[in-house]
Design a protein around this ligand. Structure first.
Ligand code: DGL
Length: 269
């Protein structure tokens, strides 16, 4: 079982930030990734639709004989985990709990901000997870739907991105947050721009890194760690691979020469 791969899915390319974090922390583990590029974005869709898509994405990865399932998409994690845990025969990890835990450990004044897609913020999942920790007194949440397209456009240092970041974060700053959860796969790429806008007094919590740490913990507790594995990744997408390959480098830090297309209708086991 321990030599099996870790399955990671996302609505598209953004989950590669989680693959990158897992590869860095656990270089011996092999990953099979599915990006639902034919149906992205999930962030603006209803919870019912996101749950249905997530189950299909998970079925595809479970069919590959994985040992652990990681829901890299924040929107999918915020609404789909109970349904996924019901039918998956392997441990299922989302990005919300790990991110919230890290933020709760980081805050000094108990006022934590969270930014994410409309779906993630409306679900209340981060707000609930953060409030479950005694160190968090208040959560200030802000949907930030313009950020995903800006990141995919590569406008990481662009003045328009800076303006948008200022607009979205100024209410959080006014509320006195000392910690900000980057509650979306794409936002780790905006860390530098955000640090510039917010200054040194606000800590940025990246759920990709926190999730990789959680994966490591679960592998150990379940006896699933692949000692001395080769750490190979394979990538599947539901739309043609070209666009995914074009922007994958930005998220993963290296190119992905081989990406396999799978039809949405063929995702079922
Ligand atoms: N992966 C999504 C998330 O983390 C962002 C992109 C989308 O809306 O599908 O919420």
């Amino acid at each position: 079982m321990s030599s099996r791969r870790i399955g990671i899915f996302d609505s598209g390319v953004g989950g590669l930030t989680v693959v990158r974090a897992v590869n860095t922390l656990l270089p011996g583990e092999s990953v099979v990734y599915f990006g639902d590029t034919a149906r992205v974005p999930y962030g603006s869709k209803s919870p019912e639709t996101v749950v249905r898509f997530s189950i299909e994405d998970a079925e595809f990865l479970l069919g590959k004989g994985i040992k652990l399932l990681v829901v890299a998409c924040n929107t999918a994690s915020s609404v789909s985990l109970p349904a996924l845990r019901e039918f998956a025969d392997v441990p299922v990890i989302g990005v919300i709990e790990p991110g919230a835990k890290t933020a709760a450990a980081s805050t000094q004044n108990g006022i934590v901000g969270v930014i994410g897609t409309l779906g993630t913020i409306s679900s209340g999942a981060y707000q609930k997870a953060l409030r479950s920790f005694g160190t968090v007194l208040r959560v200030v949440a802000q949907p930030s739907p313009l950020l995903v397209p800006l990141v995919e456009e590569g406008w990481l240092e662009h003045r328009i991105t800076e303006l948008v970041l200022r607009e979205y974060t100024s209410p959080l700053v006014s509320e006195g947050i000392d910690t900000l959860v980057l509650g979306c796969t794409h936002y780790p790429l905006l860390k530098e721009a955000l640090a510039g806008v917010l200054g040194p007094g606000i800590s940025l919590v990246d759920s990709a890194g926190a999730t990789a740490a959680e994966v490591s913990t679960i592998l150990d507790s379940e006896g699933l760690r692949n000692e001395g594995g080769s750490g190979e990744n394979s990538f599947y997408v539901s739309d043609i691979p070209l666009k995914f390959q074009e922007i994958a480098q930005r998220f993963l830090g290296r190119s992905v020469p081989l990406v396999t297309h799978v039809e949405v209708g063929d995702l079922h086991r």
